[in-house]
Design a binder for this molecule. Structure first.
Ligand SMILES: CC(=O)SCCNC(=O)CCNC(=O)[C@H](O)C(C)(C)COP(=O)(O)OP(=O)(O)OC[C@H]1O[C@@H](n2cnc3c(N)ncnc32)[C@H](O)[C@@H]1OP(=O)(O)O
Ligand SMILES: CC(C)C(=O)C(=O)O
Ligand SMILES: [Mg+2]
Length: 546
């Protein structure tokens, strides 16, 4: 028996049958090119009788995409087979796939006119299958037959069907677990039964087609390979009817990583797996869950400190395959509240920071404080954290740049002690703030406004004794995610002089308040110091009092 597995991709047929997954003809052609880059053996491109767009997609893929065999699906009905045969007619390497259901429940429900007894109906099913295969052979000598719902079919009858199909000339015989019902050992047994009853097992390729209703699609596919199947039907990201089909990327990587266990080969260019997954996700609008095996965004990511330590020392402690082999980025250390010192300082060093031993605990505490407020800590967050840290002795020790902010060496006049915001859909925003002065006194003020920032700034204006005008306010996100840090920049004016304040926080209202207080402190510092005071803010030289 061959040790080479035929990868039959049905993303564009069974995958597209998932509710909401329909793709346009150009999208299907684009995906077919990606599947060719991936080096799959067969692309099931559609079901031509179903619609003109399906027919067009099959024809375009059969004629435009080099490499894989293009396959079209048809019921055992004459018109279906003609539609599939004609759609494939101009292709160079094509396959016609016809199917009919063989389980009692399907026969009873879907083919009530086939006979009076189950025996009569079964006989009619075989006749239809044989006739359809013979008709398909007039279009191509590459004909596949599927016994739909084989997983729930009486094995004796399944044997009669596949024997007849093989004798009629089908060269691939597919045993679908259409409803994802089988346990892996049952599926192995079923396929072994089929192998034993085939007149010449070497003359046909036995195929799996497993659905994921119980989450067993990949396991069943691998169980089918153990029983002798040499074609696997699967889809990118496992999309398909209901819970989907067996995922191509999972099967291929199981066969690759565990070659010792399966002893067969699949000639897939695995580095294309993740890009192809992303293309299919974009075309269908189905996001890939982060923890999806092989192609999920977390499939090679490590946030937990113990894992990060292990992976940084030796990747294989927690990775059984290399991310780059499946088209993902290498070494994905993601920082968050579960991260430890190894992960944090490794990243800071990679960013160019040399953190002396004596400051590590303090820095790690700051990191945890941030990580507790954010789902994930990004490099932009770390840069801000290091800039904040640059205000004390560590700045010199680490060689970190000063953050460019000079308050003339003095203590800021005001510190935001606390604030509260009340928002409702039918009322103005209400804010109360409490500012602490450098002399120890505190002042509390309330205000209302058109939105929380307007109300906040009005309350702060009441709380300070420094006349000024707000000139500019801007806010931007400086890291990723819904909980990204917001950076607020505020410019105020007094006379001819402008004073800029900035602040960053995951809470943008807090950042707005702190940026305003920062600008006010600069104004007050300028007033309290010399006639002429210079300071640098954001690279701009500001002068007060000349
Ligand atoms: C397990 C699978 O994935 S099977 C493939 C499922 N894919 C699809 O259904 C593709 C999209 N389907 C379609 O576009 C339409 O259903 C069509 C064009 C195929 C058929 O549409 P309609 O003619 O309106 O029939 P409808 O879908 O309502 O019913 C299915 C008919 O096909 C018959 N049928 C079902 N499977 C087969 C088969 N393998 N061989 C022959 N006839 C079949 C049923 O008996 C029923 O026939 P009836 O109209 O005489 O009762
Ligand atoms: C048409 C067949 C192969 C099918 O998709 C199934 O049985 O699940
Ligand atoms: Mg299916």
């Amino acid at each position: 028996m061959s040790d080479s597995i035929t990868i039959f991709d049905t993303t564009l047929r069974d995958g597209e049958q998932a509710p909401g997954a329909s793709m346009t003809v150009p999208e299907k052609v684009h995906i077919a090119h990606k599947l060719a880059d991936l080096n799959v053996d067969v692309i099931e491109a559609g079901f031509p009788i179903s619609s003109p767009a399906q027919t067009e997609a099959v024809t375009r893929i059969a004629t435009e995409v080099d490499g894989p065999v293009t396959c079209a699906l048809a019921r055992t009905k004459e018109d279906d087979i003609d539609a599939a045969g004609e759609a494939l007619a101009d292709g160079t390497d094509t396959r016609l796939h016809t199917f009919i259901a063989t389980s009692d429940v399907h026969i009873e429900a879907k083919f009530d006119k086939l006979g009076n007894t189950m025996a009569e109906k079964r006989e009619a099913i075989i006749q239809r299958a044989v006739r359809a295969i013979e008709q398909a052979l007039t279009y191509t000598d590459n004909v596949e037959f599927s016994a739909e719902d084989a997983g729930r079919t009486d094995p004796e009858f399944l044997c009669e069907v596949v024997q007849a199909a093989a004798e009629a000339g089908a060269t691939t015989i597919n045993i679908p677990d259409t409803t994802g019902y089988c346990a892996p050992s049952e599926y192995t047994d079923l396929l072994e039964t089929v192998v034993d009853c085939l007149p010449d097992p070497d003359a046909v390729t036995l195929s799996t087609h497993c659905h994921d209703d119980l989450g067993l699609a990949t396991a069943n596919t691998l169980a089918g390979i153990r029983a002798g199947a040499r074609q696997v039907e699967c889809t990118i990201n496992g999309i398909g009817e209901r819970a989907g089909n067996a995922a191509l990327e999972e099967i291929v990587m199981a066969l690759t990583v565990r070659a010792d266990a399966f002893d067969v080969t699949a000639d897939v260019h695995t580095e294309h797996l993740t890009p192809t997954s992303q293309t299919v996700s974009a075309a269908t609008g189905f996001p890939v869950q982060p923890n999806k095996a092989i192609v999920g965004s977390n499939a090679f990511s490590h946030e937990a400190g113990i894992h990060q330590h292990g992976v940084l020392e030796e990747r294989t402690t927690y990775e059984i395959m290399s991310a780059t082999d499946v088209g993902q980025d290498a070494e994905q250390i993601r920082l968050g509240r579960h991260s430890g010192r190894h992960g944090l300082f490794n990243r800071l060093e990679a960013m160019g920071y040399a953190v002396p031993e004596g400051h590590r605990d303090a820095l790690y505490d700051r990191f945890l404080d941030l990580a507790d407020r954010k789902k994930e800590v990004f490099e932009e967050d770390l840069e801000q954290m290091m800039n904040d840290f640059g205000g004390d002795a560590v700045a010199a020790a680490t060689g970190l740049p000063d953050n460019g902010v000079a308050l003339n060496g003095g203590t800021p006049a005001y510190r935001l002690d606390q604030f509260s915001v009340h928002l409702s859909s039918d009322d103005e925003a209400k804010v109360s703030v409490r500012l602490q002065r450098d002399d120890g006194s505190a002042r509390e003020e309330q205000a209302t406004g058109e939105g929380p920032v307007d109300a906040l700034y009005r309350a702060l204006d009441h709380a300070v004794d420094a006349p000024h005008t707000l000139v500019d306010y801007s806010i931007r996100s400086i890291s990723e995610g819904a909980d990204a840090q917001g950076e607020v920049e505020v410019t105020i004016r007094y006379g001819e002089n402008q004073f800029a304040g900035t602040a960053r926080n995951t809470d943008v209202i807090r950042a707005s308040a702190e940026a305003y207080v920062d600008a006010l402190n600069r104004l007050v510092a300028a007033q309290e110091h010399a006639e002429s005071v210079e300071f640098v803010q954001n690279g701009i030289m500001h002068t007060y009092g000349e």
